[in-house]
Design a protein around this ligand. Structure first.
Ligand code: BGC
Length: 742
């Protein structure tokens, strides 16, 4: 038996050289034929080394991991502490396990690896697909050299509720833009050839509709219609699947009472059948076992049965339900072995595609790792994206940009000079060191004249800010020509399990702003946060506001470029900032109501009695140091048929004093349809660079494909009839035209 296996395994290396899909299919089948049921189930088991749940601590735990590899009862690890330990485990797999199947190592590489990029929500505000793709390329280069084969990214949940801490991981409220960004991220991670040692497997998460968790509360219920699921939440996933993503992750939530990890309709019927997805699906952390808490299964055996019979989770992340139950379930005839073969095959295929059978150690490359840490291009890519991600929300009297010859500047607030508390990054930054972050003070110091005095005052903390700290800050402000107030919520306040019921500036930071404003000094508010905040008071009172998000490793350098005008801000919001908390959810592509509000304060119309309907800062909004005028919006025809293309053109002129970039946006509205359609839907954008005084004509193309939607029979098609098309510099600042589809 042993000899036969060796003979059969010998061709792995030869087989692995050809990574075409057909070949991989054949190879995975050949391996499966040699495996015992226990070994196949082992491939479906993923264990976490750091942050492990259960009783796996200390050396006993390490023995357990090593023993599991030896026995073939684990196929993957996440959160593996260091490269040497990964090498050790892989050696055990290759030398001491019967089947010699390589382990696949996973980690959440969410916005950069050792060099941290801005948080994904920030990145999306750049609307720069190339820069986003490059950022993921850099992350993949660095992570792959350190033995990471697989990242749990991109997170492509559409998010309309800023109370949810995980909005920082996504691309905001728009499905169409989110789909484009999803594809850019997949390309960045996976490149054009997964078998290269600098590309890593990506994972589309969280499937699906996790962004619709009720009240924005983490792990909470989702209750949406099939239409909303297909129209709003699924398209980025479909786009990622079409772009060749290798894996998906179940979401924690239920939809219509069914948890995703056991949701046949969602995973088996839509993802694996309708979309023909051939990769594998990993559960979220113990989400298979959590079906017990959801009350849809009676014990561990039952949850494993549900997920495997429905073929909704191929790999069990840190839940141990499969490893404990599947063998018995097969023996009892409750789970067909064919389902286990299918799940196992999907996982083996990913290992083949990554080239791991050919060379299980190729990602463990200390030289490449060292070189990647020193590569000067990586921080530059991070800086580039950070400055493109920042959004100028207000700039009265052109306070910004500041002059480099400024005599004195006060940097006040908890975020002015920090190297801790994830002030410039999110908590999804395992492995990155905060001491390597260029903070605001350092960035500004690098930028200004040697004679400029910089007064730094960080006494008023994010949460704890006493009156004496505020008084001290006022004294600091009085010494300077201009004040930069660096405030916000840090990376410990957003991300997983960081839902908030108030989304204002935490602690007493508003009191600090109020006191500093009273000095009469020009004040620039720089915000560090991972979600839209409620900023009504700040908008009413502070002359200049720059949304910096959590900008990552190059935070200070990127900020200095923006504040001093070496880079003219171009970012536009991808998630609306509510006027008040009670508006949530507020997003630009709402449906019209039967009683639309036309004039403010009208009775018997769909409105609030105390606040406007509109958000404070809408989707697509962001200022520049220059101004752009839009003119000559024109359509190539007043009607098209379903095979024709409509051209929508517009001329944009830079009418201000600075060169700069503008994100030109195009929206549509289906005026009469079988079901009510959103008041606007993004269908195109172009980011253009114009020198002061320069103008450019931008032409968008629209076809019937762009007009399709899920009609009353849930068929995806376009209605004949009239449509509006809108062009402008934000979702509210547009010029409209009408055309017909005949
Ligand atoms: C999160 C996932 C993440 C996983 C592994 C879960 O709690 O929801 O997004 O990939 O942990 O760290």
């Amino acid at each position: 038996m042993k000899k036969t296996i060796l003979l059969l395994l010998l061709p792995y290396a030869v087989m692995a050289q050809n990574t075409s899909i057909k070949n991989i299919d054949f190879k995975a089948d050949s391996v499966i034929k040699l495996m015992t049921l226990e070994e196949k189930i082992g491939q479906l088991n993923q264990l976490s080394i750091e942050f492990a749940t259960g009783n796996k601590d200390g050396s006993a735990a390490l023995n357990y991991y090593e023993e599991s590899v030896r026995n073939g009862t684990v196929g993957s690890f996440l959160n593996t502490p260091n490269l040497d330990y990964k090498i050790k485990l892989q050696k055990i797999a290759m030398n001491e396990s019967r089947m010699k199947i390589p382990i696949i190592f996973a980690l959440d590489v969410i916005h950069g690896y050792k060099v941290i990029a801005p948080i994904p929500l920030a990145q999306s505000c750049s609307w720069d697909l190339k820069a986003i793709e490059k950022s993921e390329r850099v992350a993949a280069e660095m992570a792959s050299a350190d033995g990471v084969h697989w990242t749990f990214a991109p997170m492509i949940d559409v998010t309309r509720d800023p109370r949810w801490g995980r909005v920082m991981e996504g691309s905001g409220e728009d499905t169409w833009l989110g789909s484009k960004i999803a594809v850019a991220r997949v390309k960045g991670f996976q490149g054009d050839d997964l078998s290269k040692n600098n590309t890593i497997l990506a994972c589309a998460k969280h499937f699906a509709a996790y962004g619709a968790a009720e009240a924005g509360r983490e792990y909470n219920t989702v209750e949406i219609s099939e239409r909303q699921l297909r129209e709003v939440y699924l398209p980025p996933f479909k786009a990622a699947a079409d772009a060749g993503i290798g894996s998906f992750m179940n979401s924690f939530n239920t939809i219509s009472g069914i948890p995703s990890s056991g949701n046949k309709h969602l995973v088996k019927d839509i993802l694996k059948t309708e979309w023909n997805f051939k990769g594998f699906v990993v559960s979220d952390w113990a989400s298979i076992s959590e079906m017990l808490n959801h009350g849809v299964a009676k014990d561990t055996m039952d949850v494993a049965r549900l997920a495997m019979v429905n073929q909704t989770s191929d790999m069990d992340m840190e839940g141990m339900a499969y490893i404990k139950s599947l063998k018995k379930l097969v023996e009892q005839g409750k789970v067909p072995e064919a389902n286990i073969n299918d799940a196992c095959k999907r996982i083996l295929k990913a290992k083949f595609a990554l080239g791991l059978f050919q060379d299980p150690f190729k990602y463990f490359d200390k030289k490449r790792k060292e070189a990647s840490l020193k590569n000067p291009e990586y921080p530059l890519a991070s800086r580039d994206l950070a400055k493109k991600s920042m959004v100028l929300l207000k700039n009265d009297n052109n306070i910004l940009p500041l002059k480099k010859s400024i005599k004195s500047i006060a940097l006040i607030g908890a975020f002015a000079n920090s190297k801790k508390d994830r002030d410039y990054m999110s908590f999804w930054t395992f492995g990155a060191e905060q001491k390597n972050v260029i903070n605001l003070y350092e960035g500004i110091k690098n930028k200004v004249n040697a004679t400029t005095q910089i007064f730094v005052d960080t006494l008023c903390g994010k949460v704890d800010c006493q009156q004496n700290a505020i008084e001290k800050a006022v004294q600091t402000a009085l010494k300077a020509e201009v004040v930069v107030l660096a405030v916000g919520e840090n990376g410990e306040r957003n991300g997983e399990c960081r839902s908030r019921s108030e989304i204002n500036l935490p602690g007493n930071q508003q009191a600090l702003i109020r006191a500093v404003l009273k000095t009469g000094k020009p004040v620039v508010l720089v915000l560090f946060n991972g979600r839209p905040l409620t900023l009504k008071w700040e908008n009413d009172n502070v002359p200049a506001i720059l949304e910096a998000w959590q900008p990552g490793t190059e935070a200070g350098n990127a900020l200095a470029e923006v504040l001093f005008g070496d880079y003219n801000p171009s970012g536009k919001l991808t998630m609306s900032f509510p006027y008040a908390l009670g508006q949530i959810p507020v997003y630009y592509n709402q449906l019209p109501t039967g009683r639309p509000l036309v004039k403010p304060n009208e009775m018997w119309k769909s409105t609030f009695s105390d606040i406007p309907n509109e958000p404070l800062y809408p989707f697509g909004f962001g200022l520049s140091y220059t101004k752009f005028s839009y003119s000559d919006v024109a359509l190539s025809a007043s009607e098209i048929n379903i095979n024709q293309t409509l051209e929508v053109s517009v001329t944009i002129k830079n009418i201000g004093k600075y060169d700069g970039e503008e994100i030109v946006q195009m929206y549509i509205r289906d005026l009469v349809a079988e079901v009510s359609r959103p008041v606007k839907e993004l269908r195109g954008f172009e980011k253009i660079y114009l020198k002061a005084g320069e103008s450019k004509k931008v032409t968008f193309k629209l076809t019937a494909e762009d007009l399709k939607y899920w009609n009353s029979d849930l068929v995806y098609k376009a209605d004949l009839g009239d449509f509006k098309v809108f062009v402008g510099g934000s979702s509210v600042d547009v010029t409209e035209k009408v055309f017909s589809l005949k």
